[in-house]
Design a protein around this ligand. Structure first.
Ligand code: SAM
Length: 239
């Protein structure tokens, strides 16, 4: 029987990671829309929080490929992340539905011989160069109608710059909304009007982006009163 989002969240919520419940729900629901004959790919798996949500949302015969070098110290990975990732998937009964690519997104996309990708989740390194490689490497493998979700969008500077560079007036990638820092895009040919509407949607997130950057900068400098002035609520999450 297909699990519900509540089933998936109960498991994912116990795994260390960075996802709000509404973002987890967006991943779970997008996974459920991947058509038969296509696949899902995740860039950046850490300990498996998002992988569990995506894999549990996928139709039974659709597979997820999880891409992460795991033990690269540049992103805080240690040998334990791979072990914990595998353990978490095993506990959720998902080991059989998830393929692991232990390496960088750019290596995985270059050698990709899997099924066309109907859902891509981008949550790797959030600098400009890596995110551009994620977008450029995977775009040729995405199906028409694929959904492409990006984490730390309009929050991390690199991710936001990559979105502006590649998708602001894109003829084939449409902005369809955000769940805080999770931005949702759909791959499909766009008319001129749709391109303008998509650009306006992206531009509408820029005040949020400015606020996130202001909070992070004031926090980094120890300016806590200033930080609180930018926050909409106490303990406002930065994800
Ligand atoms: C924010 S964490 C991912 C969190 C995960 N999605 C979750 O739900 O817990 C970022 C991960 O991306 C991985 N990473 C960084 N650069 C990458 C790249 N170029 N390709 C694949 N994974 C990458 C890191 O090793 C790290 O585990």
């Amino acid at each position: 029987m297909q699990p519900t989002f509540d089933d998936a969240w109960e498991i994912a919520n116990g795994i260390d990671g960075w996802l709000l419940e509404r973002q987890g729900r967006a991943l779970f629901e997008a996974a459920g829309r991947v058509p038969h004959g296509a696949s899902a790919v995740e860039i950046g798996s850490h300990r498996g929080k998002s992988a569990v949500l995506i894999a549990m949302g996928l139709p039974q015969d659709v597979r997820l490929t999880a891409v992460d070098p795991f033990d690269d110290p540049r992103w805080g990975g240690g040998t334990e992340s791979l072990t914990l990732f595998q353990e978490n998937l095993r506990r959720a009964g998902l080991s059989g539905q998830v393929d692991l690519f232990k390496g960088l997104s750019e290596e995985a996309s270059k050698d990709w011989v899997g099924l066309p990708v109907g859902f891509l989740w981008v949550d790797g390194a959030h600098d400009l160069e890596s995110t551009l490689k994620d977008f450029d490497g995977w775009m040729p493998h995405l199906t028409r109608g694929a959904e492409l979700y990006v984490h730390d969008a309009f929050s991390a500077v690199g991710t936001t710059r990559a979105i502006l560079r590649r998708f602001l007036f894109s003829p084939n990638v449409r902005y369809i909304g955000s769940e805080r820092t999770l931005a949702k895009f759909k791959v499909e040919p766009l008319t001129l009007l749709q391109r303008l509407a998509s650009a306006m949607g992206i531009a509408s997130q820029l005040p949020f982006f400015a606020r996130m950057v202001a909070i992070k900068l004031s926090r980094r400098r120890g300016l806590h009163r200033l930080e609180r002035r930018f926050m909409r609520e106490d303990n406002e999450p930065l994800i």
